[in-house]
Design a protein around this ligand. Structure first.
Ligand code: CA
Ligand code: CA
Length: 432
């Protein structure tokens, strides 16, 4: 089947699918297959996003749009009317701008570094004052440029190698959103914040997640590819002895977000990958943050795959590769978290102990069953991840998350996870 049709053929296809109203802005760029793809909804029982009202995205749309640049994307995803938005080709959210275009007249990195050098400012408090205020103003200007604020009842689909770079899809207080078949890369922050109180040596922290869910409900993130592109953390400078971290999460799910399915995505070469719950303070997150994470590839991500607070999170049939010397951990058991991990496959380098896969973040319990671990090219072996963690660290975690996932479609045997995930995760597997 050809990838594209003539405009006339597409208009027939639109009519056949019951899509009334405006034709795509660039009808020739949308194949019949892509039109059908845009109308797909989350399958029944496919993870937590199938709960409640289910997740249909923009399937009820009377119009579809094809976007090719930052302004078209921002306009198309706004508002709560049902809509299907095709991201065609590569969209750079900077749209020709650079960091210097956002910098406040009172901000320079050299000035900032001079003002808040621990030798000058100390390490007891976060920066305040004129340079910090100028940094915040600069960050606001960048955020206004690179964020795409997504409304409810939206499906966003990549076609023609659809890619969003240097930007962030922001889902705040919305429901019923689908993001599929999209490459999303390098949401670099031009103005990282310095926090001398973060950790023992201070840290540079950044603002933008590739996809950011805050108070978002019924969201399906499927068959996307997430990475830092060619802007790798390891290439960033050190300031104050710490890496100048310009990236934040790949797919963060916070502030009372709930009923989310993250399936068949490819996450690679990223540090803070998936934060589920951003604060230990019991509040809007209690009883929420229910997420299913299945059939994703996590290729040399360093931490948070995912890190969980409060939520019941089902993590099954994922493929993890941890061979980077900076690898920290995979499953973060945070406060009141209930991770149920089943049939996941880990490829580790020889210097990564199995006890490091789970990390204690004030949680008390976690289920991790059916795990296979493969060192190098050796034969994969079953590993009890909770026992391995408990043998290496304290406090011990109870090996029972206290719930059993019901919202699953098909659970693959662990031994087949590498081939199933390699053949299906990420972009270019949905026929567009
Ligand atoms: Ca974040
Ligand atoms: Ca122990």
């Amino acid at each position: 089947m050809p990838k594209t049709f003539s405009a006339a053929v597409v208009l027939v296809a639109v009519a056949a699918l019951g899509v009334a109203g405006a034709a795509p802005a660039d009808a020739s760029a949308v194949s019949a297959g892509a039109l059908a793809l845009g109308h797909q909804t989350l399958p029944l029982n496919d993870g937590w996003a199938a709960s409640g009202a289910g997740t249909t995205g923009g399937a009820a749309a009377t119009t579809v749009s094809v976007v090719h640049n930052r302004d078209e994307l921002v306009a198309a995803v706004a508002g709560d009317a049902p809509k299907i938005v095709y991201v065609s080709g590569r969209i750079d959210m900077l749209a020709g701008k650079s960091c210097t275009d956002f910098a406040d007249p009172a901000y320079t990195l050299d000035g900032f570094l001079a003002a808040y050098d621990p030798a000058v400012w100390g390490t007891a408090a976060k920066p305040t004052g004129a340079l910090e205020e100028a940094r915040v103003r600069s960050a606001k200007a960048q955020g206004d440029q690179i964020k795409a604020i997504v409304g409810s009842n939206t499906t966003i689909i990549g076609i023609n190698n659809g890619r969003i770079s240097h930007g962030s899809l922001v889902l705040t207080g919305v429901s019923n959103v689908i993001v599929r078949n999209l490459e999303i890369v390098d949401a670099a922050d031009c103005f990282p914040a310095w926090d001398p109180t973060d950790g023992t040596t201070g840290n540079w922290n950044s603002l933008y997640d590739l996809v950011s869910l805050s108070g978002a409900t019924n969201v399906w993130i499927d068959h996307n590819t997430f990475s830092d592109g060619n802007n790798l953390d390891e290439d960033q400078p050190l300031y104050f002895g710490r890496p100048y971290q310009v990236h934040d999460g790949a797919s963060d799910i916070i502030k009372g977000s709930d009923l989310v399915t993250v399936s068949y995505n490819d996450y690679y070469d990223h540090d803070k990958t998936m934060l589920i719950g951003s604060t230990d303070t019991a509040g809007v997150d209690v009883g929420k943050l229910r997420v299913t994470v299945h059939h994703n590839r996590f290729g040399n991500v360093l931490q948070r795959a995912p890190r969980v607070r409060f939520g019941q999170v089902d993590v099954y049939n994922n493929l993890y590769t941890a061979t980077d010397e900076l690898y920290q951990y995979t499953l973060g058991a945070g406060i009141e978290s209930a991770i149920y991990a089943e049939n996941n496959y880990f490829k580790l380098s020889f210097d990564v102990p199995t006890g490091d896969i789970i990390h204690y973040w004030k949680g008390t319990k976690i289920t991790a069953i059916g795990t296979l671990v493969q060192y190098g090219s050796r034969r994969a072996i079953p590993v009890d991840l909770v026992a391995a963690y408990n043998a290496a660290y304290d406090p011990d975690l109870a090996p029972d998350a206290g719930w059993t996932p019901a919202l699953r479609t098909k659970v693959d045997p662990t031994a087949s996870v590498p081939s199933v995930v390699a053949a299906n995760a990420g972009i270019r597997h949905l026929g567009s």
